[in-house]
Design a protein around this ligand. Sequence first.
Ligand code: GRF
Length: 223
Amino acid sequence: MRGIEMVAKTRVVVLISGGGSNLQALIDACAQSHFPAQIVCVISNNPDAGGLEKAQRAGIKTRVIDHRDYESREAFDVALQAALVAAQAQLVCLAGFMRLLTSAFVRVWEGKMLNIHPSLLPSFKGLHTHSQALDAGVKWHGCTVHIVVPEMDAGPIVVQAVVPVLPEDNAQTLGARVLEQEHMIYPQALKWLAQGSLDVDGVQVMLKTPVKIPYSQGNPSED
Ligand code: GRF
């Protein structure tokens, strides 16, 4: 009897520093049987990161690599790289990971590391992006998943989501609206990368195959 050919899920390590709501969105997506990726380890540079508990609740291995234990960025990144190798990571997702990575580390993971940033890049890099958006008076704001390159908050853009900026918004209300969208687009971007659907040409990222719409097996007479 011939068995059904099974394709192994891509092994992903998620790096966090904080609460981990994006991590949770990735955990939920990866829990679906047809999702092409699995989270094999969550690494935090912050021992108090709330995301560690989220990972543990989902039965995912966690590690803390506290940057304060290392004398330089280079030394921290060497330890991080060793942990990724030990986890047999194939892809890396930065999900609220608040450390700058060295160029040497980033180059090892070129094309295989995603980040989510809470603004419509290239606008509003760095911290306090929602305040930056309010201060600039923009009418639309959003979030970006991009491929990580050595320059901070740069790199080929995989997907963005846009939200309106409302007259009564403050950084908290605007941030909450953006975060909701982050949770939608990060799993989508990971899915595309894990299944090999992304074609990267310079700064352009294209989907290799058209997005398939899951048609139901409806009665043709109802079309
Ligand atoms: C998110 O807004 C993410 O885009 C930014 O930091 C925040 C982290 O949130 N880099 P969480 O830890 O995923 O809840």
